[in-house]
Write a protein that binds this ligand. Structure first.
Ligand SMILES: [Zn+2]
Ligand SMILES: [Zn+2]
Length: 196
């Protein structure tokens, strides 16, 4: 599929309704999901624009939690001391394995959010992604792209499982940078007003 095909409104034959750009039909949930990221079997539902922040927060705190358990056990017993306590050794290995795998997933999703991409789009579009905001220096770019996913809230609210006070994008419209027209919107232009 070309980039153009990703920025069009399309029709979902299963739901029998028009779906905005970035929306995909999940066959497991049997529903259209706005700015779908992926269907998560661990969560038991889809990750889309409305809960991607909560998913990222879950990864962040699960990573820090499992890392903290690993460090606490090692600090308590020492690396060599683990051999004398099977329970703690299993707990240490398990928490270390989870911290590595969840940490890797956290890094991937941090990258995706910083570049305003979903997992599905990263596979199909990668650096051709037309939804990514490219204006300004790298810092303002990253903040602008994160705000599209997490809302224009203070940074500390991004780290906590709190609903964004000022969501800029809910998946019904799409910010585009196509043919150099950065910041233009497709459809009506009230996404920021709506969120106030
Ligand atoms: Zn559908
Ligand atoms: Zn799903």
């Amino acid at each position: 599929m070309s980039v153009r095909s990703y920025v069009r409104y399309r029709y979902c034959h299963q739901c029998q309704q028009v779906k905005p750009p970035r929306t995909h039909h999940c066959s497991i949930c049997d529903a259209c999901v706005r700015r779908m990221d992926h269907h998560c079997p661990w969560m038991g539902n889809c990750i889309g624009i409305l809960n991607h922040k909560y998913f990222w927060d879950f990864l962040l705190w699960a990573f820090l939690g499992t890392l903290q358990v690993t460090i606490a056990i090692l600090a308590h017993k020492g690396f060599l001391g683990l051999g004398t306590d099977t329970t703690l050794m299993v707990a240490c290995v398990m928490s270390f394995a989870f911290s590595v795998s969840i940490g890797a997933l956290f890094a991937v999703h941090s990258y995706l959010i910083a570049f305003n991409m979903s997992t599905l789009e990263s596979v199909a579009l990668n650096d051709q992604n037309p939804f990514r905001i490219r204006d300004g220096n790298w810092r303002t770019r990253v903040i602008a792209n994160v705000e599209m996913n997490f809302g224009r809230d203070p940074w500390w609210r991004w780290l906590l499982p709190l609903e964004p006070k000022m969501r800029l994008y809910d998946g019904t419209e799409v910010m585009l940078e196509v043919d150099g027209a950065s910041g233009s919107t497709m459809g009506s232009d009230h996404s920021a007003d709506e969120a106030v």
